[in-house]
Design a protein around this ligand. Structure first.
Ligand code: PLP
Length: 424
């Protein structure tokens, strides 16, 4: 008789885990406030001081130990705007990790630059400083580390690399709201930090983004890029946009007041939710010690405050019958444990990074630089490739369940391991 649910056995559980996003009375009240006002946008530059957008920007920046927070429409254009604000010029290179969301690298092209893929550190899944240094050329301008799943990249090593080589740092903090290392928050290590409030994120308005900084001049440059290149000090809060001059070429990337309202409510709920995530993650990690072949992907450092966008698990395929992540997830899902497989491929395998598919979208000089700097068919990132063969993910909302629900996750892992022969 089969034991595994996938083969007709009894599942470990059938009750679902929490879903995401979660709206409630707080979001409704804030939205009502905007709907019954006559202000649905944050002003011609998106920064009217009494707007909800500006209030959210200030409070979100404060939460990350920074002075300036500029809301924008999503976490992809935020990268693009940030790179332009840093002065990235056509064809200059930006070093990105190979294991991340696609727009970390496409944003570089959108800003006129060339993304250069570097490998990840297998212990953290973040940009490996030792590999990044090998990718630095005379054309490199920016390091773009991603705090993957809420785990801070090695910003100490990357910071010293940047200083040595005269590079700037933009942090892709889309997945690391509230995370920190050595008491310093995500987004507060480089010149600029980029965040996303897309529907899966731990603070969300369905879509949304923000650029955070401590640098007043850069913050002003970002504000300009966010709203048609409009320069400050003209027009008024009353919205006389015709009185504003556009200096630099840009478009409209503002966030609406409806989104800012939802974000303010979400931000108020975040600390209690995060406390629950941290407690459940610690409990899970303790239990994992009993199951051979599983490692929680994180630096073992008490000074790391993980953001837990993802709880990342690396497994030894030999301990799970050699199953690939997608197959293993199917068996775990049948037991009621909501794992998802990690990325199937490093991002350079996405067709968009083939030079033939970029022709026409890029100016010829930028395309030529890319051809010279990168071989997307084999950029030499073995750790990113390996991560794709042995990674399971629990999304952050799963960590909002009760303590006993974590036991079911551990039991599902252990059960699938004990009976994996039924699947081979
Ligand atoms: C690491 C990373 N960078 C960038 C983005 C892009 O953000 P958005 O979806 O808001 O455009 C995301 C997520 O969606 C992400 O996870």
């Amino acid at each position: 008789m089969a034991h595994l649910a996938l083969k007709g056995g009894q599942p470990v559980r059938t009750r679902p885990y929490p879903s995401w996003p979660q709206g409630g009375p707080q979001e409704m009240a804030r939205l009502q406030q905007v709907l019954s006002s006559n202000r649905w946008f944050a002003g011609p530059r998106g920064d009217d001081p009494d707007s909800l957008g500006a209030e959210f920007g200030r409070r979100f920046a404060q939460m990350h130990g920074l002075r300036f927070g500029m809301p924008v429409s999503n976490g992809s254009v935020s990268l693009e705007i940030a790179l332009k604000a840093l002065g990235l010029e056509q064809g200059q290179e930006v070093i990105v990790p190979a294991y991340t969301f696609v727009s970390t690298a496409t944003a570089v092209f959108m800003a006129g630059g060339v993304p250069v893929f570097a490998d990840i550190d297998s212990r953290t899944y973040c940009l490996d400083p030792a590999d990044a240094v090998r990718r630095i050329s005379a054309h490199t301008k920016v390091l773009l580390p991603v705090h993957l799943g809420g785990h801070l990249a090695d910003m100490v090593a990357l910071g010293s690399l940047a200083r040595q080589h005269g590079l700037l740092i933009l942090e892709d903090a889309a997945q690391s709201i509230g995370a920190a290392w050595q008491g310093r928050k995500a987004g507060a290590w480089g010149q600029l930090g980029s965040f996303s409030f897309q529907a899966n994120k731990t603070i969300t308005s369905g879509e949304g983004g923000l650029i955070a900084s401590d640098d007043e001049e850069l913050a002003e440059r970002v504000r300009e890029m966010t709203a048609f290149g409009r320069i400050a000090g003209q027009g008024s809060a009353a919205g006389r946009s015709s009185a504003l001059n556009s200096l630099r070429l840009s478009s409209n990337y503002r966030l609406s007041e409806l989104q800012a309202a939802v974000l303010l409510a979400q931000m108020e709920k975040f600390p209690a939710q995060q406390e629950r995530r941290l407690a459940n993650a610690a409990y899970l990690s303790q239990g994992l010690g009993q199951i051979p072949g599983l490692t929680h992907v994180r630096r073992q450092d008490p000074e790391l405050e993980h953001g837990y966008y993802y709880y990342l698990l690396r497994y030894e395929p030999a301990c799970f019958g050699g199953l690939a992540p997608a197959e293993l997830c199917r068996a775990l899902n049948a037991e009621g444990a909501p794992f998802v497989p990690g990325d199937a491929h490093p991002i350079y395998r996405q067709p968009v990074f083939q030079p033939a598919n970029l022709a026409g979208a890029l100016c010829p000089q930028v395309l030529e630089r890319y051809r010279q700097a990168v071989d997307p068919n084999d950029p030499g990132c073995p750790q990113a490739e390996e991560a794709c063969r042995r990674t399971l993910i629990l999304r952050h909302q799963v960590l909002l369940a009760q303590r006993e629900d974590m036991d079911h996750i551990l039991e599902a892992l252990s059960k699938v391991q004990r009976h994996v022969q039924e699947l081979i």
